[in-house]
Design a protein around this ligand. Structure first.
Ligand SMILES: [Mn+2]
Length: 424
């Protein structure tokens, strides 16, 4: 389904007076508000193809109905989000869950919806029905060379699909590791993983990037073969300048200083992309900004600082993607909330006076430094983000349009209340 433009405009018209009043107020307070708005308009966050259905835990799954039954329907769902917020202009595909059978058609459909193809994701953390060898004891780290070869070939296959769709990056997340002490020789596992990654790296086309995502634990509970940013950085450094580390916010041990990791990876030219989500305890995959919005702001603060230092383009030089799961919410509503949270943190971080911050740091004025950050964080920038959406042709209040238009009810009518999306 599609939301017609005039419906978005009608809702915008009903809100515009109040919006203008709030916008004029904040615009007067902000230095160069136009440049902030332009950055917000340009910023796009990729939606993963596996986040459009209801997620679940190992205890159960409670689908809400109307889930996309095919890749085409997933693209249409992301098109809906993008029509509303104008900030979800990309899709990140997972292979084999979303195998594009006819790449040309899929590419055309995505273009009709204003979507680009962001990073391609491979999967060697599950066994597929038609798969020859099992990944039970790992994929790229496996003691058996033929299992490693199978994993390498799968990744090269994913690159080929990506080339057909116009993607320019591959994300590799390995569940490889061990669950018990003694199960694995750490050095051999690292060497096997590195050699496997090197073979995939050799198959990367020009201009492609390879992202190595790390995770502290789960599904393995004693060791992970790409367990933290240090290990990822070791691999990416050895692989070469097309290899980058990817940071998933939920893949750290509790209380890790993620903003510092981001800062140092950027400094080393090794930060490639981001998976946004939020968590209370572990890899909870909750809605972005629902638990620790200040942390998200501090991360964006470092991102902007590091990117500006190197003259990078905020919108295009890193891969921005949501990686979350929606167990009790309508996935599309959850994604609207997540994108909004990302935009708000980005907008707040854009407001930080960097010159002043640098001066206070040099003078060891701890109090003023904290004030500068917290003043930006405590600024209500919702109207700024809404203005950016308005100028880009989106909705002042995407969630309200979604509910008023009864999108989920219509999707249930179209697809049935029992449709199940492939994915998590
Ligand atoms: Mn991830």
């Amino acid at each position: 389904m599609r939301i017609e433009k005039h419906k978005i405009e009608a809702q915008n018209n009903s809100l515009i007076k109040e919006h203008k009043r709030k916008f004029d107020f904040i615009a007067a307070e902000i230095n160069d508000v136009e440049s902030v708005l332009q950055k917000l308009i340009a910023f796009q966050i990729a939606i993963p193809s596996w986040a459009l259905g209801t997620g679940g835990t190992r205890f159960g799954r409670f689908p809400g109905g109307g889930e996309p039954r095919s890749l085409e329907e997933k693209i249409s769902d992301i098109g809906l989000l993008h029509a509303l917020n104008k900030s979800s202009g990309a899709i990140s595909l997972h292979i084999p869950w979303d195998l594009p059978e006819n790449a040309a058609n899929i590419k055309a459909l995505a273009a009709q919806n204003g979507l680009k193809f962001d990073a391609m994701n491979s999967n060697t953390f599950q066994d597929q029905a038609n798969q020859k060898l099992s990944y039970k004891f790992g994929s790229m780290q496996h003691t058996d060379k033929s299992v490693r070869k199978q994993a390498i070939e799968h990744n090269i296959e994913v690159i080929k699909h990506g080339v057909e769709l116009g993607s320019q990056s591959l994300t590799v997340w390995l569940s490889d590791g061990s669950s018990y002490p003694g199960q694995l020789n750490f050095r051999k596992a690292f060497q096997n993983t590195l050699e496997s990654l090197q073979e995939v790296y050799a198959a990367l086309p020009d201009k492609w990037k390879m992202f190595i995502e790390y995770k502290a634990y789960e599904p393995n509970f004693y060791s992970m073969s790409v367990g933290d940013w240090g290990q990822s950085l070791l691999y990416t450094s050895k692989l070469g300048n097309k290899a980058y580390t990817l940071v998933d916010l939920g893949h750290h041990l509790p209380n890790v200083n993620i903003e510092q990791i981001v800062s140092l990876l950027l400094m080393e030219h090794k930060l490639g992309g981001f998976h946004f989500n939020d968590s209370k305890y572990g890899d909870d995959d909750l809605t972005v900004g629902s638990m620790k919005p200040y942390q998200l702001f501090l991360i964006f603060n470092e991102l902007i600082d590091g990117m500006d230092e190197r003259g990078m383009n905020h919108a295009s030089d890193l891969a921005w993607m949501i990686d979350a799961s929606h167990n009790v919410k309508d996935p599309l509503e959850d994604l609207l909330q997540s994108v909004e949270a990302i935009m708000l943190s980005y907008a707040q971080a854009l407001l930080v006076d960097r010159k002043k911050l640098s001066d206070t740091q040099n003078n060891n004025d701890v109090v003023t430094a904290q004030e500068l950050l917290q003043n930006a964080f405590r600024t209500d920038v919702r109207v700024l983000v809404a203005e950016a959406r308005l100028r880009a042709g989106g909705a002042l209040n995407p969630l309200e349009v979604y509910r008023n238009e009864k999108v989920r009810e219509q999707l249930k009518k179209e697809r049935g209340s029992k449709s199940v999306a492939t994915g998590l």
